[in-house]
Design a protein around this ligand. Sequence first.
Ligand code: ZN
Ligand code: FE
Length: 239
Amino acid sequence: MQVEIIPCLQDNYSYLIIDKTNYSACVIDPSESGPIINFINKNNIKLKYILNTHHHFDHIGGNEELKSKFGSTILGFKDDSHRIPKIDILLEDNQIWKAENFAAKIIHVPGHTSGHICFHFFNEKLAFTGDTLFSLGCGRIFEGTYEEMFSSLNKIKSLPMETKIYCGHEYTLDNSKFCIKHDPKNEKLKKKIDNIKKKIKGGLPTIPTTIHEELDCNIFLRSKDLKSFSKLRDLKDNF
Ligand code: ZN
Ligand code: FE
């Protein structure tokens, strides 16, 4: 499997997972159809599945056009069937979704939205975390409680350390400023920030990150308890 990062809109990332044996692909969170259609046409890929982490417009904006153009099947969380356009397959927490050579475990991670899910491609050790876990940050809590978000992050945290994390936005540099402010002595974080700056300067994505790196550097994953997590989340909202 090969993962292609497709920048969309202002700072969104959509991702294509391509099976190199037959050129079948899944797209994660198509913000808009244009950049994805371009890539698919250039590379002769068959877009079989559209996977949505949650219903926000910048994650589902391409659903309808991609489905009608390529006949793709759309997947999302069962409780969000009313707000994920053109949904076909309703996913449940802890379900293993398998199709062709693709296999992902569905992890329900409420907090940013009530129906947010994460796709864990366990064979390849990849996780698509949408707007729940970002590199050096986490999503705003729109529909859930602090407790839900905290426990959702704990679920993601417990994936194998080497798991590659692909999130919904390029927020890493901004997030790093908040992390370093509250964790100024973290040497691993300083090193990661140097790295991030180099990538941004070179016009490259800072994604993927890994569980390992986030455990070392992401202040939200490092917070010991719900109380300190909630405090950080509040401070970040006004940062
Ligand atoms: Zn969102
Ligand atoms: Fe988003």
